[in-house]
Design a binder for this molecule. Sequence first.
Ligand code: BDP
Length: 589
Amino acid sequence: MLYPIESESREVKDLSGLWNFKVDKEDEGLYNKWYMDRLKESIVMPVPASYNDITTDASIRDHIGNVWYERTFFVPDSWRDKLLMIRVGSAAHHAILWINSIEAVRHRGGFLPFEADISDMVKYGEENRVTVCVNNVLDWTCLPTGEIKTYNDEKHPAGYKVQETYFDFYNYSGIHRPVKLYTTPKTYIEDIKVTTDICGVDGVVKYDVVVKGENISVLLCLSDETGSIVAEGTGSSGSLMVSNAKLWQPGKPYLYTLSVKLTDTSGKVVDVYRLPFGIRTVKVEGSKFFINGVPFYFKGFGKHEDSDIRGKGLDEVLNVRDFNLLKWIGANSFRTSHYPYSEEIINLADQEGIVLIDEAPAVGMCLWNDDEKIFAEDRINANTLDHHLQTIREMIARDKNHPSVVMWSVANEAATNEEAALPYFTSVVNELRKLDPSRPVTIVHTVDAARDKVSQLFDVICINRYFGWYIDHGVTDFIEKQMDSELLAWHKKYPKPIIVTEFGADTVAGFHQIPPVAFTEDFQCEFLEQYFKSFDKFDFVIGEHIWAFADFATKQGLTRVIGNKKGVFTRQRQPKAAAYLLKARWTKI
Ligand code: BDP
């Protein structure tokens, strides 16, 4: 799936802005066909944004079910002989979209784009209407998984409903990424796939172009950052050589552009798409992770798409700030915990040379209770797996060409100690490797090595550990020893590279105490230093990702005082004391 761009043959119209919005409090909109007409008694709502924190009304923030968005747009007459697509960057979590009352597309899953050909649904040279019904209910048939709990007891109003989630971030809802219209010619480039290799000092660029239409020739032209042409080719698949290639390297990115042109039998150019990409290789060998043949050590964070007021809505200002902070602190990577982030963020990572572990939205697959199984007929079952596989397909379709994406993560903290987790993740990993044999695959663990049943499937082991926080809370003295024995146990069972993808302590900015106690900035510093003592002993530890980059919103809970405060930066993206400690460490490694 290609990102919508403009070219001499393509136009893009961004429908971001203020839309009409209505909460479907009685769950009647579908039944009463609200899509047939303008929404009545709507309020104004920005797109993209989560709707939860924008109004002052708790019943909107906490709504479980459908909400409706609507706006009008104009389609110029000049688009009549083109193909017109509508593309939603993401809508959390499920959506149905109508154009002028005609259903155009439905989609499940809140973190990946979907699109539809609406050429036959719009009125050219006239005003049109787009209506989107967005649903935020999570159950066992989707990712992330969740369940609705309904209370029928004397302590609650009859039928009182709660959306139960098993993950630790606020269930922000709404249209989170831009809605765009884009045109292509009727004969067009549907997809491009690029994989790269290095041969001595040269780069090898393998490409596959999917074309819609017949009697068409495919021309390829590869240019460097100055715009100079470095290779040319023809045909819908093949490979191009770039002599003396400049590699895409962590911290030193270099992007080439592959221009794909379609020409008709008379030689006239029909469609043009320019794809930025980097030449680089990724490989796991022994207990090392190599980028371009050089061992790579992951320094960075687990993050969230999260900020004040706009929740999970795309915010380019915030994103650029985040990348500036990552560079300032000496980080080279992050994990898109716990879902695929916006394409705009991944584009930034390509441009800024930040390495990504791209994670599927499979989070909350653990009940933290050994007496109950989550991989079970009435919970994570064949329907969940179907959706997981679909999500993997969509994630790879979207992100396959990004040099910054060096590894896929199939899930965060699943109950991989359960028997049924093995066949489940075997299917997921098989699908992933079939679609993309070029990148290593990982899973992020909470279980310990002795109980894990799935890690033989993966190239890299990722573990999250909270010694001194959830275990022996407030005691930093044994962290080093606890971490040592943990790492050695994993390494003994699976001699593979290990990244510690989460370790962190809630820290309220401005709290200080000496000797340190939990929740102070002093504690966060002392806590992190103990982990580093352990990591630095083992060469199979190939990375440290602190939980978390910034403070973020969670559901309300006894251990969360207005959100999770494990950020090294505040939610407003200002440093806590630990940021200086990390900067000192990471600029040296
Ligand atoms: C880990 C989860 C992460 C949480 C973190 C925490 O992977 O999403 O936010 O714990 O408790 O288990 O802070």
